[in-house]
Design a protein around this ligand. Structure first.
Ligand SMILES: NC(=O)c1ccc[n+]([C@@H]2O[C@H](COP(=O)([O-])OP(=O)(O)OC[C@H]3O[C@@H](n4cnc5c(N)ncnc54)[C@H](O)[C@@H]3O)[C@@H](O)[C@H]2O)c1
Length: 474
């Protein structure tokens, strides 16, 4: 479903009228149009800064340079010593930060290594880095703070400062969304410094266009993964609910990255599933995910033909909204069975019957409805919150075989599900976020593909909201 208001405010007449009447004008987001590229940050200058005593400069600079980013610095700031030392060791050149009027490309990203912050007073270094640069950031720019996770910090002051960064990022994200820019925080646990490459490429590129105000924790990997570009090539991926909407976009994005895709959908959607799979060279499997033999049928399909799955995406989901006092039991049962029970049962069957190959990664679709709660969605909210607990609880099991399990929590996404909402709630739903618009199925698919990749080796048991920083349920 298209966003007519956004299209209107980007027409020449609409732009003038919105300006005249002081109406908000949602930015047009730049989204990725191709597979993960090696040089995804080529010609995209990244201004790098660090707090004094920071420890992550070397892996950060190596990842940025590997992705082709020109590296800029502001010479007079404290903490620059660690960046200069790391750059010298890596034989990287650092460029100056050009004046706005110089005509040179604006900074695409402002990246600050906050791992050295050790007292509230030192947070001033964060202010000193960002405050003068915000007016000069490019449209659809990226703000990224990388820090030590609070649980990996010694002492009260360290933990306090680490947590302070969350409030900083969530607030800044609300300030910069107007030009399509995003702000996010990566929290790196001790021992996970080598797992920054893929998250950095993802969060600084157009693959994360609708993710803002989020915190993602990076843990020491169960197994070192390959670089992100090409990492899904030849992998076997199964996506449930793949006939349409978000599931179809996930299937297409995994195929774009080179995966062989098996799309599952309910037998009533078999026609649509066939059409979707034909477009991307995938295989369709008509199956009710709640069927008692669902896992068995998947194992039969994949073990003979592919020797097991590398990726499983649990996307099939439904709503049956009613206030709890009016909710019939079949509404409760249907939503619980499809959105939650089926995920547990299918994974259990796959794990037990060798349906998953070593290193397999699972991605479950949650919802911000499971984080903030919604009147009329006790059934749906329970399932989507349950998914968050489930991926946390299963992280060790998946890590035990070199893989991982994570969840993506979409906000308002333009699909048949949201097109069915009444006009008023729909219009409110799509505007109440920092980017003033609904996301597209592709936005969810990009996050799923990132989690599905063995390159995201330090991400396990996490839930990432892809919601444009929806103001709901924070
Ligand atoms: N659209 C949004 O704004 C939004 C927001 C948050 C979360 N989500 C979640 O994203 C996922 C996809 O949502 P969507 O908007 O694309 O929905 P959709 O209704 O367009 O697609 C869901 C797909 O799941 C399939 N499905 C339903 N029951 C099934 C069953 N028993 N067995 C097999 N397949 C079944 C449907 O046939 C359909 O193709 C869902 O889990 C949903 O809860 C969506």
């Amino acid at each position: 479903m298209s966003d007519r208001y956004l299209d209107f405010t980007h027409s020449s007449f609409g732009k003038s009228l919105a300006g005249l009447l002081g109406l908000p004008s949602p930015p047009r987001l730049k989204r990725a149009s191709a597979a993960w590229a090696g040089n995804v940050l080529e010609d995209r200058p990244v201004l790098v800064g660090a707090a004094s005593g920071s420890q992550l400069a070397a892996p950060l600079l190596a990842a940025l340079a590997g992705a082709g980013a020109p590296l800029r610095i502001v010479p007079e700031l404290p903490g620059l010593g660690v960046i200069k030392t790391a750059a010298a060791e890596l034989k990287l050149s650092l460029l100056g930060n050009p004046a706005a009027e110089s005509g040179e490309a604006r900074n695409h990203a402002l990246l600050f290594d906050a791992s050295g912050l050790s007292s509230p007073a030192q947070l001033r270094e964060l202010y000193d880095f960002y405050q003068p640069q915000l007016r000069g950031i490019a449209g659809n720019g990226r703000i990224l703070v990388v820090s030590r996770a609070p649980e990996s910090r010694e002492g009260v002051a360290g933990k306090t400062v680490s947590t302070a960064l969350r409030g900083f990022i969530r607030s800044l994200a609300k300030e910069v969304g107007k030009n399509g820019s995003t702000a996010n925080l990566l929290e790196v646990q001790a021992g996970a410094d080598g797992a920054l490459d893929a998250p950095l490429r993802f969060f600084l590129s157009e693959h994360s266009a609708f993710i803002s105000g989020q915190v993602l924790t990076i843990s020491p990997p169960a197994k070192k993964g390959p670089p992100l570009p090409g990492s899904l090539e030849g992998k076997v991926a199964l996506v449930t609910g793949a006939a349409r909407g978000i599931g179809a976009a996930i299937a297409a994005t995994l195929a774009r990255e080179g995966a062989r895709v098996i799309g599952v959908d309910h037998p009533s959607a078999e026609g649509g599933l066939g059409e979707t799979m034909a477009k991307l060279g995938g295989v369709g499997l008509a199956l009710d995910v709640t069927a008692a033999d669902a896992a068995e049928r998947i194992v039969t399909e994949v073990s003979g033909n592919y020797g097991g799955l590398d990726v499983i995406v649990h996307n099939a989901g439904v709503t049956r909204d009613k206030m709890l006092r009016n909710m019939p039991p079949h509404f409760w049962d249907l939503v619980l069975n499809i959105n939650l029970n089926a995920i547990l049962q299918i994974n259990e069957g796959l794990l037990k019957n060798k349906g998953l190959r070593e290193g397999a990664r699972a991605v479950c679709i949650s919802s911000i409805g499971g984080i903030g709660g919604n009147a009329g969605q006790t059934n749906y909210g329970a399932t989507k919150a349950g998914v968050i607990g489930y991926v946390e609880a299963m992280a060790q099991t998946f890590a035990g075989q070199g893989g991982a399990i994570n969840a993506v929590a979409p906000g308002f996404i333009e699909t048949a599900m949201t097109a069915a909402m009444p006009l008023g709630p729909r219009e409110i739903g799509r505007r109440i976020n920092s980017l003033s618009q609904g996301g597209l199925p592709q936005d969810i698919a990009e996050a799923v593909a990132f989690f599905a990749s063995p390159a995201a080796d330090g991400v396990n048991g996490r839930t990432l909201r892809v919601c444009g920083q929806n103001f709901f349920g924070q």
